[in-house]
Design a protein around this ligand. Structure first.
Ligand SMILES: Cc1cc2nc3c(=O)[nH]c(=O)nc-3n(C[C@H](O)[C@H](O)[C@H](O)COP(=O)(O)OP(=O)(O)OC[C@H]3O[C@@H](n4cnc5c(N)ncnc54)[C@H](O)[C@@H]3O)c2cc1C
Length: 503
């Protein structure tokens, strides 16, 4: 729409979203700009985004083009959602007239508003505008902080249950948090105490993730994994892992001798190995994009560059303060705090939330190194025995066939994502226990991630914390704390659990 888009945008916005004329701001968006949820639209009337886009483009190219070109990306999502929800403009009018006769709806109001918008004219203010009023009246605000695998999985699950969900994301895009700085391993569910959330949600989430990848067409490959004992002194630990895995209902495990393991992986040296055929790797970015797509298709919206900086909890509502270039305040009845490393700090910033229920947070960095020679020595995932804070410096091969080793465990005080090159010799030492052929100088720094720990060095490992009002007595608030590994694997199951608690 070129130069005219600004004018048309101001005039158009209230028709679709909330009222009139005042400058666009995120406060408007948060307070009023929530369109009718898809749940309100009869299922037979819902159509695919592509079909509706194409109809609207041919029926009202100027207006529709203006909306799409003129709106900020956040509002564009909403415009899409509104358009996606209705088959034709006439349907909106018909539906509103039937649903809200008291509003004095006149047939054609919506179309007239569009025509005025098309001409760049300003419309009535919100109080006199039935289109705006009906949208406001029907709005249903649900909020969710954060936008990575776990956050997106929760958002998707809530949106698919018919709730209108906004994700408040501090970063400018998905893919900036822990979820893109991990091993991308689909864990079987071996290590975690029976009955723990980690055990139950990992096994359930893993099965869901393979099915979901299959359905959506992104890659999740069950490469299989060998957890290796370097000597006979470590066999008892492998036996303990086998028992734990069986208690967690992990399928297909077998104990291998060193010779059997080497037959599978000729470059591997070990004295025994636990083989888990259901372990694998996933394209985590494709996974997150797919979650985002599902979420948006179900009517959800992500507000990027919207860092939550504080808030207050009450009996029936939760107020969230967001900073950034357009600070705003949002009031909601449901909030999922899924901000990864920052979830405890965000919870601490809420007035009225009892601090006794918020765990201390610790940062535990894990660096990764690749092979300069580029040649992956293994086809399966190779893990040593786990240590106190991590699963040990393991070898994974990504879907492109590139090998990487890591992560180690390094307790740090401030967020730092540079791989710690000073730990190179420790890496070499650990890797050579199972891969003695590692050449001198072949390891090259790759990337680093940080585990969102809620227990410190030397303390027993903690379970995931999915905290609801039975703990903190705030209706509608769910805090997710300590969502470290296997959080990526478990994310679909975590999403379902959160959604079940809230719907
Ligand atoms: C080194 C390492 C290796 C791992 N390996 C595996 C593995 O192989 N397999 C596996 O299953 N799991 C693994 N994990 C765990 C897994 O990566 C995490 O459990 C999962 O990614 C957590 O996702 P999340 O959505 O909770 O957090 P994140 O991905 O960090 O998302 C949090 C989001 O919140 C946003 N945010 C933060 N503060 C604010 C704020 N104030 N306002 C608004 N938004 C905010 C961030 O920008 C971010 O987008 C690993 C973790 C690490 C650290």
């Amino acid at each position: 729409m070129g130069a005219s888009s600004e004018v048309v945008f101001e005039a158009c916005r209230p028709v679709l979203i909330n009222g009139i004329g005042d400058p666009i701001s995120r406060a408007d968006l948060a307070d009023r700009a929530i369109p009718v949820t898809l749940a309100a639209i009869p299922r037979e009337r819902r159509r695919t985004r592509a079909a509706i886009m194409s109809d609207w483009r041919s029926q009202a190219p100027l207006i529709f083009g203006a909306i799409l070109d003129g709106l900020s990306s956040a509002l564009r999502h909403q415009a899409d959602c509104v358009l996606e929800s209705y088959e034709r403009l006439a349907d909106v009018e018909q539906w509103v007239a039937a649903a809200e006769p008291g509003l004095g709806w006149e047939p054609g109001t919506f179309s007239q508003a569009y025509r005025r918008a098309q001409q760049g004219k300003r419309l009535d203010n919100i109080d006199n505008n039935p289109v705006a009023r009906i949208v406001v009246k029907l709005m249903q605000t649900r909020e969710e902080i954060s936008g990575r695998s776990v956050g997106l999985a929760c958002a998707r699950a809530l949106a698919r249950r018919g709730l209108w969900v906004i994700v408040l994301e501090a970063a400018g895009a998905i893919g900036q948090g822990i979820s893109s700085r991990n091993s991308e391993v689909i864990h079987a569910g071996i290590y975690y105490p029976a009955g723990s959330l980690k055990a139950v949600l990992c096994v359930k989430g893993r099965r869901q993730l393979y099915r979901y990848a299959d359905e959506k067409g992104f890659e999740a490959r069950a490469l299989g994994k060998l957890i290796v004992a370097a000597n006979a002194g470590e066999h008892a630990k492998l036996d303990a892992l086998m028992a734990s895995a069986k208690a967690n209902d992990v399928e297909g495990l077998e104990m291998l001798t060193g010779r059997q393991a080497t037959a599978l992986e000729p470059n591997l040296v070990c004295s025994a190995a636990l083989h888990s055929p259901v372990s694998g790797i996933v394209d985590s970015h494709a996974f997150m994009l797919s979650l985002q797509g599902d979420f948006e298709d179900a009517g959800g919206m992500i507000a990027f560059n919207t860092p939550v900086v504080g808030g207050a909890v009450g009996n029936n509502s939760i107020r969230i303060e967001a900073g950034g270039t357009e600070p705003t305040s949002v009031t909601t009845r449901v909030l999922v705090n899924s901000a990864g490393l920052h979830a405890p700090a965000i919870a601490r910033s809420f007035d009225g939330l009892d601090a006794r229920h918020i765990p201390k947070s610790y940062l535990c960095k894990g660096s990764y190194f690749g092979l300069a020679s580029g040649k992956a020595p293994f086809t399966k995932l190779i893990y040593p025995l786990p240590n106190e804070a991590g699963l040990g410096i393991h070898s994974t091969t990504d879907l492109g066939g590139q090998n990487r080793f890591g992560p180690d465990t390094e307790w740090i005080d401030t967020e730092d994502y540079q791989p710690s090159t000073n730990r190179l010799s420790e890496f070499e030492q650990v890797i050579r226990r199972y891969y003695p052929q590692l050449a001198e100088g072949d390891l090259t720094p790759n990337y680093a991630g940080i585990r969102p720990k809620i227990v410190g060095p030397g303390e027993a490992a903690a379970d995931f914390v999915i905290q609801d009002e039975t703990v903190h007595a705030v209706p509608g608030l769910i805090n997710l704390f300590g969502i470290e590994s296997p959080g990526l694997t478990a994310s679909l199951a975590i999403g379902d659990k959160v959604a079940e608690a809230l719907t």
